[in-house]
Design a protein around this ligand. Structure first.
Ligand code: AMP
Length: 191
């Protein structure tokens, strides 16, 4: 089983790439954001608990996220691996994933990072709000909070990934197709 992380700030294009990559490589696409939005849509207890944090652009607690991740990993069958999108977002989440994967005889094989300038991220998220109707994309203040949450809590992970020697930054300010081809080349080179 392969484990790939698609990494980058909100609006970098992780979700778009994850959908097509998971299809091509038979990976289970795990988007913690999508899972949480589904919980909110279905009005579950968990959905109610996380809604206000998501609305303001803050992170949901590590415990909630890790419970979701472990359950998805343990229940997935028929895949060649996992593609994490929007996870890990804190050092704690990464350490827990790392430990969990070790226990089940797996490891993070590669961190594919999409590097995109801040003004492009903001433009993309505001445009995505019109298409997908996500409340946390529509409000410029929430968009800015999400970017600063990323800088403060998620970006420090890069140093850890670099030390592991499996961190692959790619220019993300390009077309979906060009980015996809570059990522496929990278993955094919690793297999
Ligand atoms: P995303 O769709 O990945 O942009 O996530 C949307 C929102 O869901 C984030 O702003 C957080 O509030 C929450 N969220 C998603 N993934 C995580 C995670 N790994 N850790 C904490 N909060 C998360």
């Amino acid at each position: 089983m392969k484990n790939y992380i698609i990494f980058g700030p909100p609006g970098a294009g992780k979700g778009s790439q994850a959908v097509i990559l998971s299809k091509k490589y038979n990976l289970k696409h795990i988007s913690t954001g999508d899972i949480l939005r589904e919980e909110i849509k279905n009005g579950t207890k968990l959905g109610l608990k996380v809604k206000s944090l998501m609305d303001e652009g803050a992170l949901v607690s590590d415990d909630i996220i890790l419970e979701i991740i472990k359950s998805v990993i343990l229940n997935a069958t028929g895949y060649s691996g996992f593609l994490y999108d929007g996870f890990p977002r804190t050092i704690y989440q990464f350490s827990a994933l790392d430990e969990f994967l070790q226990k089940i005889g797996q490891k993070v094989d590669a961190v594919i990072s999409l590097v995109v300038k801040e003004e492009v991220l903001i433009r993309r998220m505001l445009r995505r709000a019109e298409i997908e109707g996500r409340a946390d994309d529509a409000d410029i203040n929430v968009v800015k909070t999400r970017i600063s949450t990323y800088r403060e809590q998620t970006e420090p992970l890069i140093e850890i990934f670099e030390k592991r020697g499996n961190y692959y930054p790619l220019e993300g300010d390009t077309t979906i197709e060009k980015n996809f081809n570059e990522i496929c080349e990278l993955i094919d080179g690793l297999i």
